[in-house]
Write a protein that binds this ligand. Structure first.
Ligand code: ADP
Length: 377
């Protein structure tokens, strides 16, 4: 019989809380999601108390993992500052996907936030982000094929799907299995195409992932970075949530990034969004490794004729203007879409084709941008 919510509640009732009552009576638990042995929930406390609750979070997670039949457990600690508890930083103009602003949750300058663990990940030489100013520009497709391109250069590569609003890596890779735990109770990433892959989509259903709020995003992603047995990697590619809202900014701030790749389509609007992405990484001192123009031009699958339907070249021009490297242009091509959507990305399924060559060329430039970081490790 599968794990039930009741079993989870019973195990949590044995965990004490700093409020002197059982965790289940402390009024801090979110709804508990149990899907085929994968358990997810959050503990919501005030930011001022967060530090005291971190050990409770760990105990809760351990208690749930000890339930027979639980294959993965993830407990996010979400710390919210009470409205008015602290003056909010400059309010952001927009928040993608209805994410609550987290400026008010940011610690004062110089104070270490319990969520902020920007230290390196042992064994991982360089973490890079693949970001986009908005959704639907092909960020995830680019992240996966870029990871494969880096693999083709002989690097040991991992892929973390941090797009927790709509994790698409399970679909793009065809992975349906769940990560297992090692003896240290860390999740073992799934091996596919020679990559070590982890996605929140392996743990929760896609629709569940849509309800996350800002602070939860950070907590969940920190855990996916730290509680996964990544092993030794030259590069860990993080597929970021789309957009440049506060959740993304917090992420860029709290993940130990060596660089960021921005994906844009040639349309003007998307370039404006790309500029926001650029500004976001600059704000948190993460070097922008460059801009990729995706769906740059249309290549007819039958005759190979190229049409610049979106006025191609905008990203190259923009990159030059902004003084960041231009990493390359990827055509809008049927086989990129069909291979992606079939869970067999084009660099893996058509390694000798023209698209794989484009992604490898981009990977080469990314490696050049990271040279110092990888060599130092
Ligand atoms: P995002 O992560 O930005 O939301 P995805 O990578 O999920 O975008 O891509 C959105 C859709 O566009 C997917 O169906 C994907 O297969 C398709 N796609 C992405 N890049 C290309 C491309 N260069 N050519 C054709 N289809 C593409």
């Amino acid at each position: 019989m599968g794990v039930t919510q009741q079993q989870v509640v019973e195990s949590l009732a044995k965990v004490a809380s700093p409020r002197g009552v059982a965790l289940t009576d402390a009024g801090v638990l979110s709804a508990i999601s149990v899907t085929e042995g994968r358990v997810f929930f959050s503990i919501n406390v005030d930011a001022a108390e967060a530090r005291t609750w971190e050990s409770v979070r760990a105990q809760a997670e351990a208690a749930v993992r000890a339930i027979p039949g639980v294959s993965a457990a993830m407990v996010a600690l979400t710390a919210e500052r009470k409205p008015g508890a602290q003056p909010a930083a400059a309010a952001p103009h927009r928040h993608s996907h209805g994410v609550q602003p987290v400026s008010a949750h940011r610690p004062p300058q110089g104070a270490a936030s319990p969520m902020s663990r920007q230290s390196e990940i042992p064994g991982v030489a360089a973490v890079i982000a693949v970001a986009s100013g908005k959704g639907g520009v092909g960020k995830s497709t680019t992240a996966l094929n870029l990871a494969l391109g880096l693999r083709d250069l002989g690097l040991r590569v991992g892929l973390l799907d941090a797009d927790i609003y709509g994790p698409s890596v399970p679909r793009l890779t065809g992975i349906q299995e769940k990560p297992k735990l090692n003896d240290d109770r860390k999740m073992i990433p799934i091996q596919r195409f020679g990559l070590s892959i982890m996605s929140i989509g392996f743990l929760v259903e896609e629709d569940t992932a849509m309800i996350w709020r800002g602070p939860m995003v950070m907590s969940a992603i920190t855990q996916m970075l730290r509680d996964v047995a990544w092993g030794t990697l030259d590069v860990l590619v993080v597929d970021m949530p789309p957009g440049t809202g506060d959740a993304q900014l917090t992420l860029a701030q709290n993940v130990p990034l060596k660089g960021a790749v921005i994906v844009s389509t040639p349309q003007d609007l998307s370039l404006i969004d790309a500029r926001r992405g650029l500004a976001m990484f600059r704000k948190v001192n993460v070097p922008v490794l460059g801009i990729v123009e995706n769906m740059s031009y249309f290549q007819c699958p039958n005759c190979g004729t190229r049409s610049d339907i979106f006025g191609h070249g905008g990203a190259r021009h923009e990159a030059e203007r902004l003084g960041v490297p231009f990493l390359g242009e990827i055509p809008l091509h049927m086989s990129i879409r069909t291979t992606s959507d079939a869970g067999n990305p084009v660099v893996a399924s058509e390694p000798d084709g023209p698209h794989a060559a484009v992604y490898r060329a981009i990977a080469t430039k990314v490696r050049e941008g990271l040279q110092g970081a990888i060599a130092a490790a």
